[in-house]
Design a binder for this molecule. Structure first.
Ligand SMILES: NC(=O)c1ccc[n+]([C@@H]2O[C@H](COP(=O)([O-])OP(=O)(O)OC[C@H]3O[C@@H](n4cnc5c(N)ncnc54)[C@H](O)[C@@H]3O)[C@@H](O)[C@H]2O)c1
Length: 437
């Protein structure tokens, strides 16, 4: 891909469309509203907090990322979305019980003004939900058309110049791509015939791509991770990214595993278990939805540790992931990891990690960053899979010939080097020989 010669300015309003306005979406929206009033800090967001070093260490050039690349400001964001329940963002945030009243009360009216549009919902893809706020349509193609109308209507009402979408809907049942996902033509035919292979989230993604709206997928379902969506994204010049926000336990895994591997310490077993009690946890009780999550979570260690290259260290690794729905915990998840590792001469050791995290608190800054960075990609005329955003995902989408990069630190370097490249700055290799000439 050639470096874009110019980046269109982030003028006017940017619509941020969130299909699925539950815990993650409302925590994101509320956080942005609080941050722009100066009532709370957007901790965890690179676009709001991180700096980027430019040039040599002796140059002392380290601007904030948001001063280095032209990003939409928080004041320019207008939120919209869809849900299969009619609760507005205030009611949904109350229901999700992530944020306390001291954070919700000052923005109650502003949050309440964000009401979801009716969702597209065929229940076979998410078994544990019984929605009450849904579209009706003769076919899946008709549903996509209604979603396209929604996008146009929202942008007009909110006065948006551009929009981006981030899937924050429930995890769908595991379902690999089939023939219907092969090409734009087969997918369009499948929509007209309401092919059962086409899931709810894929209809949202299709509508967004057709409207030129960049799309990121926060859940493990395929959504935009299939050939037809990638072909359409290319045809329409739209940026896409996915999948499955990298928060809690997988975030920890991709921090710890690269460190152990860097020191060539062996790993025999990695047992991960979670308890969580939010609606996401309830949906994941369904074996189909859990399977989607499990596939997404299990891939990580294989790619980080490369057992085929290091069979003596990682060839017999036993990796197990469990998620248990435990209502008393709500969104405050607990993730345990037991790592059985070995060192010099094979002597065994153990590491125990107990991460008392908060799912939506970790996911919200990811949603914000993805919205702003996808918009940047779109204004820079970058289209198709944005692999440089792998940093944010458990199962990064990559070109068909590549394997994904899971190491958080390589992902961060790739993200920052892509920003440097976009602005014509030298990538940073960290060799640094020149300081010793
Ligand atoms: N929070 C995290 O740390 C994290 C990490 C990785 C992935 N995720 C994923 O993000 C997604 C959102 O998580 P959450 O905790 O906000 O869940 P949630 O259950 O609180 O919210 C999901 C919302 O999506 C809605 N929904 C389901 N199907 C829909 C459809 N077809 N159209 C419109 N709305 C629909 C539900 O009604 C619900 O309000 C889940 O898929 C979850 O697996 C979350």
């Amino acid at each position: 891909m050639k470096r874009p010669s110019e980046i269109a300015p982030p003028s006017g309003k940017l619509g941020v469309l969130l299909p699925g306005m539950g815990a993650v979406a409302t925590t994101t929206i509320a956080g942005v509203m609080l941050a722009r009033r100066g009532l709370a800090e957007p901790v965890g967001s690179l676009t709001q907090n991180a700096t980027i070093r430019l040039g040599k260490r002796t140059e002392n050039r380290t601007p904030l990322i948001r001063d280095f690349v032209p990003l939409a400001g928080l004041d320019q964001l207008a939120f919209g979305g869809w849900d299969i329940f009619p609760d507005d963002a205030y009611q949904a945030a109350k229901h999700a019980k992530v944020l306390e009243d001291r954070h919700l009360a000052p923005i109650e009216d502003e949050l309440a003004a964000v009401a979801p549009m009716k969702g597209v919902f065929y229940p076979e893809y998410v078994k544990r939900l019984n929605g009450t706020h849904m579209k009706t349509g003769a076919s899946k193609a008709a549903m996509v058309e209604q979603l396209q109308d929604d996008i146009r209507g929202f942008m007009k009402r909110a006065g948006c110049e551009r929009a981006v979408a981030v899937w924050c809907g429930s995890t769908e049942s595991y379902s690999p791509a089939g023939a219907v996902h092969d090409s734009v033509a087969s997918f369009e035919k499948g929509l007209a015939a309401s092919d059962p292979g086409i899931s709810n989230s894929q209809m949202y993604a299709w509508a967004c791509l057709k409207e030129g709206v960049p799309f990121a997928n926060g859940a493990p379902n395929l959504t935009v991770d299939f050939a037809a969506a990638q072909e359409l994204a290319k045809q329409r010049g739209v940026a896409i990214a996915g999948k499955d926000f990298k928060t809690g336990q997988t975030l920890m895994k991709t921090i710890v595993a690269p460190g152990l591997k860097a020191r060539m310490l062996g790993i025999e077993g990695w047992f991960s278990t979670n308890i969580l009690g939010n609606r996401d946890g309830e949906v994941l009780e369904d074996p189909g939805s859990f399977k989607s999550k499990e596939v997404s979570k299990l891939g990580v260690l294989d790619y980080v540790l490369q057992p085929q290259m290091y069979p003596k260290l990682y060839g017999n690794l036993f990796h197990m992931v469990r998620i248990n729905y435990y209502p008393p915990r709500g969104d405050a998840k607990e993730g345990w990891d037991n790592i059985d590792l070995f060192g010099w001469l094979g002597y065994p050791m153990q590491i125990k990690i107990d991460f008392l995290c908060r799912d939506s608190i970790l996911a919200a800054p990811i949603v914000l960053d993805l919205a702003l960075l996808l918009d940047l990609a779109q204004r820079s005329r970058m289209h198709g899979i944005q692999e440089w955003l792998s940093f944010y995902f458990k199962s990064p989408m990559v070109a068909p010939t590549l394997y994904p990069e899971h190491d958080l630190f390589i992902q961060l370097m790739k993200l920052k080097n892509t920003l440097r490249w976009l602005r014509g700055e030298e990538p940073i290799t960290h060799i640094g020989n020149e300081y010793y000439d």
